[in-house]
Ligand binder design. Structure first.
Ligand SMILES: Cc1cc2nc3c(=O)[nH]c(=O)nc-3n(C[C@H](O)[C@H](O)[C@H](O)COP(=O)(O)O)c2cc1C
Length: 352
């Protein structure tokens, strides 16, 4: 981490977390985000469900909820970025404070509740963008809506033609009842409606499904089966957890989804179970607690084709993207892998 970034993070750490985040987005929009210095190693290039990525590390949903800093974020070295969660209508989310830094645990708890500018405003920003790069959108329903399936369709209708992929978020813990959509019947209904809408769009985005880490082994097998039957293009594992295992901070009792270091192994386990359940037939995107190249590599070996990060950036800054990728490249080389694809699911095959 460069000195200026270390100083910046230390100043931001003194602000209330949500305000600090708004300031950093402003800074990025002003063109002051770190620009990735080097072309990534060719070993890191991956194909994610037909989408070519220069490297497997993406920005996770929730960081740029409204698509305000797409250009600067693409230049920071991510292989792809996911904006959102976006709902059909704008909504304010839950009362503040609603984001908490658990420094002792290198974790965050958030209960934002899908605060966002709504699909029309975000579609406007997506169509105004001039930068190249792979961009996806995380989609969800309005809290007060009486038809959540229709809400996923509305956001996809408004924004789907402007992105490379859309992620159906049935896993945020901050909208009451949302995670119940992971049950077979509602999930199959949503997938059908979303796929039908996607097929109507001239520019067809890939459709990913994002899961919670708090699902049992049986649930994972059932969800995998439903996703495969619905021809989903990929599964993102995982969202934040409502569990607090291994968390020591006094803020642990705050309500909301926990992300960062304590989530890492739980979400890697879900990833591994999903890889087994899908037999490696659809790509998986591993997210949860990535701070280092070793964390990223473990998720690839458990079955991830691509990765995403959020909380690691809160503690390590945007320059973590370059260092994680450099470390990952070295680990792949050490173990004799010429591409990321060769390492996907390696632990599964070796029975680790
Ligand atoms: C403040 C905050 C807001 C988030 N908002 C969303 C969201 O809108 N949609 C979503 O699917 N995930 C959201 N997430 C979850 C992340 O995308 C990611 O799945 C999770 O934080 C685990 O990754 P990490 O440990 O690298 O942060 C959010 C996470 C945080 C910390």
């Amino acid at each position: 981490m460069r000195l200026i970034e270390r100083a910046g993070l230390s100043v931001l750490g003194r602000f209330e977390p949500e305000l600090a985040h708004r300031i950093s987005l402003r800074v990025f929009r002003a063109g002051l985000a770190p620009v990735s210095p080097a072309q990534p190693s060719p070993r890191l290039a991956v194909n994610l469900s037909g989408i070519d990525l220069p490297n497997p590390l993406g920005l996770a949903a929730g960081f740029d909820k409204n698509g305000e800093a797409i250009g600067p974020l693409l230049k920071a070295g991510f292989g792809f970025i996911e904006i959102g969660g976006v709902t059909p209508l704008p909504q304010p989310g839950n009362p503040r404070p609603r984001v908490f830094r658990l420094k002792e645990d290198e974790a965050v708890i958030n209960r934002l509740g899908f605060n966002n500018d709504g699909a029309i405003a975000v579609a406007g920003r997506l169509s105004a963008r001039t930068e190249c790069g792979v961009v996806g959108i995380n989609i969800g329903p309005n809290r007060e809506s009486s038809d959540w399936t229709a809400d996923f369709v509305r956001v996809l209708d408004a924004c789907g033609g402007l992105v490379n992929f859309a992620t159906v978020n049935v896993s945020s813990p901050n909208t009451r009842g949302l995670r119940n959509l992971q049950a077979t019947e509602p999930l199959a209904g949503i997938i059908d409606a979303v796929m039908e809408t996607r097929d109507r769009l001239a520019n067809k985005p890939r459709i990913f499904l994002k899961l919670a880490p708090d699902v049992s082994g049986d649930d994972i097998a059932r969800i995998a089966e439903t996703a495969l039957a619905g021809n989903v293009d990929g599964i993102v594992a995982t969202n934040t957890t409502i569990k607090r295992h291994g968390v020591t901070s006094p803020l642990a009792a705050e309500t909301g989804g926990l992300s960062g270091r304590p989530l890492r192994d739980r979400s890697t386990r879900v990833l591994s179970q999903l890889h087994k359940a899908t037999g490696g037939t659809i790509p998986l995107i591993g997210v949860g607690g990535i701070f280092s190249g070793a964390d990223a590599y473990a998720k690839i070996r458990a079955g991830a084709t691509a990765l995403q990060i959020y909380t690691g950036l809160v503690y390590r800054g945007l320059s973590a993207v370059g260092s994680i990728l450099g470390e990952l490249d070295a680990l792949l080389e050490r173990d004799g892998f010429e591409t990321v694809a060769q390492a996907v699911g390696a632990d599964q095959e070796s029975g680790n």
